[in-house]
Ligand binder design. Structure first.
Ligand code: ZN
Length: 397
């Protein structure tokens, strides 16, 4: 599905980028542009604009045209079965390692999720693994290898209810093989265009980036040209991503319902997660800080990894805005009710064990002040200041 080893040898740099993009795609919501930075413009209803989201508002009336990718309740009823047949990955595992700590959480939540997957309606015949990513921001994602990954930041700041809502959403991504479908879409259906973009991006980085020194110099004219290609490509990528998100919200609700989680808790949980992310963003925002590539001037010099620079220069609009998310959650109510089984004890088991486990690991809970993004392992430094944007806070999907 992806470029084979021969391609690597021929075009190592192109492969490098493809690898990055693949990892990001595999991560689903994982690493990119989950919440595009707010533009300085006063755009109010730019929910679908690539970098001009109204972000943070829960007002569904600010939506653009959500029906393009949000599911309604009728469509949701036809989503069946809840679990796709397992698709054999056409790509190799990412060598990235997760934290070997937090064993009690991983053990408890893995067993819990596998009990969930064994429920009658799910029965996927697959085993879920849980990993903790050593990162300060708030996020959780499902990768293409049946892993549900939670950041350490989320584990420290998120209580049992929002965490379960998010975890069920991730389980839905996994159940529907969203990561694999997304990779397939980008690498097969859009191959011709993505190849053109990656070739141009390779040439651009070849000119502006010193790999040995990890030093980048912004070339505004050249960047603008490559960015045009990206901007033409990314709405179609976003369409697929957002539809996956929508499906994951619905299926995640069905799954949580099966566990005995009351529907209002599912909605509240997601809202709390979004709110926490917004609070963390606000806490970390500094006036004058570079928020997007649009803030870079010709000749600006920065220091960072290709991966981080790539995310800064070519952000993805992969997730619905908070307002769209909120609208989607409301739409899941009917389907949720149909799946809500209040006799099930799994929800209560989760509440009890999550609290016990996180306390046992000394995780403080709800202290955002301790989550400093300045401590993140990756960043780009422009003019001596770390640029921390496109971190997937307030995403949790
Ligand atoms: Zn998601």
């Amino acid at each position: 599905m992806l470029k084979g080893p021969a391609g690597f040898a021929e075009k190592p740099f192109v492969h490098f980028f493809l690898r990055i993009i693949t990892i990001l795609a595999v991560a689903g919501s994982g690493a990119v542009g989950c919440k595009p930075p707010a533009k300085k413009s006063s755009q109010k209803d730019g929910a679908r604009a690539s970098s001009g989201q109204a972000g943070g508002s829960m007002d569904a009336t600010s939506l653009g045209s959500p029906d393009r990718y949000l599911f309604n309740a009728d469509a949701a009823r036809t989503i069946s079965p809840l679990v796709d047949a397992y698709q054999k990955p056409g790509y190799k595992d990412d060598p990235e390692t997760y934290s070997s700590e937090f064993g009690p959480f991983r053990t408890f939540s893995e067993k819990f999720l596998n009990d969930v997957m064994a429920l009658e309606d799910l029965t996927p015949g697959r085993k879920i693994e849980v990993e903790v990513m050593d990162a300060d921001y708030l996020n959780a994602f499902a990768d293409g290898f049946q892993r549900v990954v939670v950041t350490l930041g989320a584990l420290r700041a998120v209580e049992a209810v929002p965490m379960l809502a998010v975890v069920c959403h991730e389980l839905a991504h996994s159940s529907k093989n969203h990561s694999q479908k997304r990779v397939a879409y980008e690498e097969v259906e859009l191959k011709a265009e993505t190849d053109v973009f990656y070739n141009e991006a390779e040439a651009y980085f070849g000119k502006t980036y010193d790999k040995a020194k990890k030093r980048y110099k912004h070339d505004l004219a050249a960047y603008t040209q490559v960015r045009k290609l990206w901007d033409a490509l990314t709405p179609r990528l976003a369409e697929v991503s957002k539809r996956n998100e929508s499906e994951a919200d619905i299926l995640g609700g069905m799954i949580c319902g099966e566990l005995g989680m009351p529907p209002e808790d599912y909605e509240r949980g997601h809202r709390e997660f979004m709110t926490l992310g917004d609070q963390l963003d606000a806490q970390n925002s500094k006036p004058g800080r570079i928020r997007s590539a649009a803030d870079l001037k010709d000749g600006d010099v920065g220091q960072g990894t290709v991966s981080d620079l790539f995310q800064l220069l070519f952000p993805r609009d992969s997730h619905p805005s908070n307002a769209e998310r909120d609208a989607q959650l409301k739409r899941t109510r009917d389907v949720y009710a149909a799946h809500f089984d209040k006799t099930r004890q799994l929800y209560k088991d989760w509440l009890r064990e999550y609290e016990r486990t996180t306390k046992g690991m000394g995780l403080t809970g709800f202290d955002l002040r301790e989550l400093s993004r300045a401590q993140s392992k990756s960043s780009i430094v422009f003019d001596g200041e770390a640029v921390e944007i496109f971190r997937p806070t307030s995403c949790g999907r």
